[in-house]
Design a protein around this ligand. Sequence first.
Ligand code: PBG
Length: 341
Amino acid sequence: MSIDNQNNGYFPTARLRRLRYHPGVRRLTRDTILAPDRFIHPLFVRPGEGIRTPIDAMPGQFQLSIDELVKEVKEIEKRGVGGVMLFGIPEVKDAVGSDAMSDDGIVAQAIRALRDVVSKEFLVIADVCFCEYTDHGHCGVMQKCGRCGDEWDVDNDATLANLVKQTLVQARAGVDMVAPSGMMDGMIAAIRKGFDDNGFERLPIMSYSAKYASAFYGPFREAAESAPQFGDRRSYQMAPDSAPGQALREIALDVEEGADIVMVKPALPYLDIIRMAKDQFPGLPLAAYNVSGEYSMTKAAAANGWIDEKRVVLETLTSIQRAGATIIITYWAKDVAEWLS
Ligand code: PBG
């Protein structure tokens, strides 16, 4: 029998189960430890009062009016979650998403309301995109294009100007960080310049840098009432079967443009991309979005008694962190903070 030095000896000398018999040893050798204060809870806010509308496809999640949002956020903060990310469902949608660019828009109001009730430690983050605010459900201003000039698509550069307006509204309302999710070229540079020119040079940007055109966003589009009325998002979000290096190019560009934190989204089908990003940019804070479809699938299986929700969720989030994401955006943030306390 030969001794395999690279494996540090061989059985019976090497018995890896010695690390597993005693619970104290198992605890000591843990490596990926979930930290709820690095979780962000997404929330959906809409006009009105006393509204807490359950989202069918996302059991346990709600569309909330601002008064209900305030209660929810207080509870989320109390449990030790790091912050919330706001998505707005406006009273009125139009072609450009005016509500998002108004100081009286739903998210601006929500940010101001939350500023009064959360501590300085707690982060109020706003998603930056137009799909919830436009009547067509696309992520920006539409223009005619295509080979015959008769197809509609998002006008990249016209959308940039509106993204600057949207983020300045959020900044003036007192947001702690913005998270642009529209996958427009140049969006980070435009927003960064808008901030720097207007005295918000300290405000960080978390970019949805590598965001895929994913079927896993289905339940979110019900929650945010943001499904595209025609077409799809494939001319701006990345193709699942594109070269993994394209995600790295997106991240590198965002960093050059001034992104402070980058994100990979969705999380589970793209754990390889998370790991690549972590290896390529070790000093860059990396977030992952555990999206609506990932949430709904687990909820559905758990509701049928097919899996143990708590264990599956903890294992899932551990896998996302182990892949390299230290910041996790998840609809389970509130529950997990409770489970881990
Ligand atoms: C807005 C946006 C979406 C999600 C986050 N920001 C939807 C989309 O791109 O269609 C999805 C989040 C989720 O599925 O939980 N662009």
